[in-house]
Ligand binder design. Structure first.
Ligand SMILES: *Cc1c(COP(=O)(O)O)cnc(C)c1O
Length: 378
């Protein structure tokens, strides 16, 4: 049986968790939390990093920092995870859904400007599969209309746009360490603050609306309730797991890119012959080996391939059903059709992808796919 995902134990996770427990401090913002935050700040030039309990939480913090109010509009791709929209809806914002590009599941940068109104406050590009959106175009719109850019970089650890690390370009950015991502801690996330004006308030929101950070630095003599916020800090147990992963990030990334390249070379001829699309990496972006997907010709073909794989004990999954058609939001959506979001919702299939996936597994998965059109599947 080849599962879709398998969480990685890279080596020292358990040792560090024991260290955290023995240190006598397992609540948040201890030594492991600070080490992880410093790692991201130093390695990727991210101005201020705060670990959170999830990427969803980090997105909620962004919605609070942007001071969104009822009636404010936020532009979000419809082909995205629920949290990418939900975090802003909870703050009262209206989501204006954007379509995907024809050649890539990411947001169509050239169509964003049409969606901007006087009520627009923020744009939330998702770097789908860790492949960067064209950030120059998005940052130019941000400048022209004075909009906050929040990069949903949940899948984008160690990936770049024109040599700039993802997460370092928007005013704010978020990462995920959910067990399905490249670097994991079970549940976990990171808020990145690149714009100075949000730094102080982000620490208050992170610490349940208190000025505890200033208190710990001796800047005030008591800490008290000063703003909105919530309990966004992960425990040191989570951060200890994450620290072990970060120590192994180079090996993890190397192996994942190897798996991705093997899938690509095994499948490219078959894909071309059968008009199935493989992921394309634009010249301004890098590939961080987050996921490997194929785009089928239609929904039925995807179902057929998924079943074929399942019969060979291989679990392939699809994901992201257009958010503008979701049960929760469809009546709130303004009715515009978003055909490319629907296209990827219907046709994209993700193949098993995890660190321990062997070359022989990848070859077996590909040989099942390659056998399909010989058996007259379609
Ligand atoms: C995984 C993911 C999230 C949610 O991350 P959590 O850490 O599970 O909250 C949000 N956005 C995108 C694009 C994701 O891939």
């Amino acid at each position: 049986m080849i599962p879709f995902n398998k969480p990685l134990l890279s080596g020292r996770e358990v040792e560090y968790i024991i260290d955290a427990v023995r240190s006598g401090k397992i609540s948040g913002n201890g030594i492991f939390t600070q080490k992880c935050q410093a790692f991201f700040e130093n390695k990727y030039g991210l101005k201020k990093c705060l670990l959170t309990t999830s990427c969803t939480d980090a997105l909620e913090m962004c919605a609070m920092l942007a001071d969104l109010k009822s009636g404010d509009e936020v532009i979000v791709p419809s082909f995205a995870y629920v949290s990418t929209a939900l975090a802003f809806v909870r703050q009262g914002a209206k989501i204006v859904f954007a379509d995907s590009r024809k050649d890539h599941p990411g947001i169509d940068e050239d169509k964003i400007e049409l969606l901007i109104s006087p009520a627009t406050k923020a744009i939330v590009p998702v770097h789908y599969a860790g492949v960067s959106c064209d950030m120059d175009k998005i940052m130019a719109l941000s400048k022209k209309y004075n909009l906050i850019v929040i990069e949903d970089a949940a899948q984008s650890v160690d990936s770049y746009y024109k040599s700039r690390p993802l997460g370092s370009i928007g005013h704010l950015a978020t990462f995920s360490f959910h067990e399905t991502k490249n670097i994991i801690s079970g549940e976990g996330g990171l808020l990145v603050i690149n714009d100075d004006q949000y730094i102080n308030r982000s620490k208050i929101i992170w610490e349940k609306g208190t000025n505890r950070a200033e208190f710990l630095k001796g800047e005030v003599d008591k800490y008290e309730w000063v703003d909105i916020g919530s309990s966004f800090l992960p425990s040191e147990i989570t951060s200890a797991y994450l620290w072990a992963q970060l120590e192994s990030i180079d090996q993890i990334q190397e192996k994942r890119k190897h798996i991705w390249n093997l899938y690509y070379t095994e499948l490219i001829d078959w894909a071309e012959k059968n008009t199935i699309k493989l992921p394309e990496i634009p010249s301004y972006a890098t590939n961080n080996g987050h996921m490997f997907y194929i785009v089928c010709n239609d929904h039925d073909q995807r179902l057929y391939l998924t079943e074929k794989l399942k019969k060979s004990d291989i679990l392939a999954v699809f994901h992201y059903q257009s958010l503008h058609k979701s049960k929760y939001y469809k009546d709130k959506h303004d009715g515009r059709p978003l055909p490319f979001s629907d296209y990827y919702s219907d046709c994209l299939l993700r193949l098993p992808f995890y660190f321990e996936l062997e070359d022989s597994d990848v070859k077996r998965i590909c040989s099942v796919l390659k056998s399909v059109f010989n058996d007259n599947g379609k």
